[in-house]
Design a protein around this ligand. Sequence first.
Ligand SMILES: [Cu+2]
Length: 178
Amino acid sequence: MLTRARIRAVAFLAAAGVLAACTSSVNPAPEATTPQGAAPQPAEVTVEDPWIKATDEMMTGAFGTIHNDTGRDLHAVSAASPLSARVELHEVLAQGTTPVMSEMPDGFLIPAGGSYTLEPGGPHVMLMGLTAPIEAGEDVELTLTFSDGSDVTWTAPARTYSGAGESYMGDGEATEAP
Ligand SMILES: [Cu+2]
């Protein structure tokens, strides 16, 4: 499935700074500049193949590939969803032989012209304190906010997925993770 949620991000689109998407390398693009007198253009951030793990537990993870076609680096610093008051940007770290999730203090960096993949066993958007189950097929709205105050919102369909076996940090006993 290649549903691409189209999202507007408040950004300046560099006149010649539109680089090919879908590269995962960090692109040392120069700071985007706006031609004299040109109005700021809405730039595009898209989330490819978004999904969230269906669950009847209190927490779950959301995934997808974020493409940054804005011409400047984007730094996601927080996330939100109507389904949870506590949404965090997580990564999975090895703790001994056990993969353990923890909050990323510096968030996600999506390079200009590049992408950032959220996947089971890797970085993900974590929803905690869910008050209702998320059924497969349900659509869940998610928002990422960037360090410059702009944000993107998309809809992730819920899928059944058997976890990769990471443990949650805190919140008591280890639980199957996204
Ligand atoms: Cu997590």
